[in-house]
Ligand binder design. Structure first.
Ligand code: AMP
Ligand code: TRP
Length: 339
């Protein structure tokens, strides 16, 4: 069998489940923008079908979908360069998701750490959608034959499962149809940690608002949260090696590096030897400088929800034009009659 070479195409998604954090920005959106500027075709989705795997109030879901779209655009995603849309408007995702539910195995799903974390102690009471979530995620990616997926570290396991689904489908039907997608987990901030506990991921669902920086926080709130962030009493080291056993210090340095587009070693060459009393104000200035324009622009865009909806509708049309022929071909491979 000759190997099919797939043209480069980037896909990624974020759940509109409320409140974008600095983790989403540095781990995902900022890197979506970098890839958009590489001249490759880029599709970025608000994965509303994934969001409802846990309860979402309908009015909140609508608001959060628009706010996420505003966040994408305010951070630099350009609807003329990237295809921006919400998942439920392109029904091919759900259709391929079903086909993949018949390819993926229960045992694969049971190993997913995100399911275990989200379902908690009462897994029997979790929705069936939460359990099957990774099959739909594989469909999001593969319905476009996407070759590269920028995500934060926490999505690595889901991307491995996506490759397993593609490989099993290709094997079962004796085709070379779906590509082996590459995760793109790069940069200084692939795992931004809580400002209150360096062993926990910064997350929109953390009960403590002080643990995270929200993309809608104003300058004063950002400043207060960074000044109060947990640290240790030592000065900053001059080399990354010196951060190994210092998770909180490492997190703040990683955030500084990612926000300033520097690598960690270069940051430490500048700030090594400084106390946190000196470093934190530098980080506050940098964070406010980079994040304030985004939150201001998000608020401006949110004043015109109809324009956001129009942008998403237009993006969905372009997404469908790529997805539908791939879905038809998939149905044909599986043996469905489509007359
Ligand atoms: P979610 O909000 O769970 O839909 O995540 C959307 C994207 O943001 C995914 O690519 C995640 O890997 C990324 N992300 C979420 N939290 C963090 C974090 N604390 N650090 C780095 N990336 C993150
Ligand atoms: N599971 C991802 C998260 O929780 C969101 C997501 C859904 C996604 N489908 C995707 C990310 C496809 C990348 C590609 O963050």
């Amino acid at each position: 069998m000759t190997e099919v070479v797939h043209t480069p195409r980037v896909f990624s998604g974020i759940q509109p489940s409320g409140g974008l954090t600095l983790g989403n920005y540095l781990g995902a959106i900022k890197r979506f923008v970098d890839m958009q500027e590489c001249g490759i075709e880029t599709l970025y989705c608000m994965v509303d079908l994934h969001a409802i795997t846990v309860w979402q109030d309908p009015a909140d879901l609508r608001h959060n979908t628009r706010e996420l779209a505003a966040g994408y655009i305010a951070a630099g995603l350009d609807p003329n360069k990237s295809i921006l849309f919400n998942q439920s408007q392109v029904s091919a995702h759900a259709e391929l998701g079903w086909l993949f539910s018949c390819i993926a195995r229960m045992g694969w799903m049971k190993r997913m750490t995100q399911f275990k974390d989200k379902a908690g102690k009462n897994a029997e009471n979790a929705s069936l959608g939460l359990f099957g979530y990774p099959a739909l995620m594989a469909a999001d990616i593969l319905i476009y034959h996407s070759t590269h997926v920028p995500v934060g570290e926490d999505q690595k396991q889901h991307l491995e499962l996506t490759r397993d689904v593609a490989a099993k489908f290709n094997h079962d039907f004796g085709v070379d149809f779906f590509p082996m997608t590459e995760p793109v987990i790069e940069g200084a901030a692939t795992r931004v940690m809580s400002l209150r506990d360096g062993s926990k991921k910064m997350s929109k669902s953390d009960l403590s608002d002080a643990s995270r920086i929200n993309m809608t926080d104003d300058a004063e709130t950002i400043s207060k949260k960074i000044r109060k962030a947990k640290t240790d009493p030592d000065a900053l080291p001059s080399e990354a090696e010196g951060l190994k056993e210092r998770p909180e210090a490492r997190n703040l340095v990683n955030i500084f590096a990612a926000l300033s587009d520097m690598d960690v070693d270069a940051v430490l060459r500048d700030v090594g030897g400084k106390q946190f009393s000196e470093f934190k104000p530098m980080l506050v200035d940098l964070a406010v400088d980079k994040l304030s324009p985004i939150s201001t622009e998000m608020a401006r865009l949110m004043n015109d929800p109809a324009e956001i909806d129009r942008t998403l509708g237009e993006g969905a049309g372009r997404a469908r034009a790529i997805a539908n022929p791939i879905l038809e071909k998939t149905y044909d491979i599986v043996g469905m009659i489509r007359s």
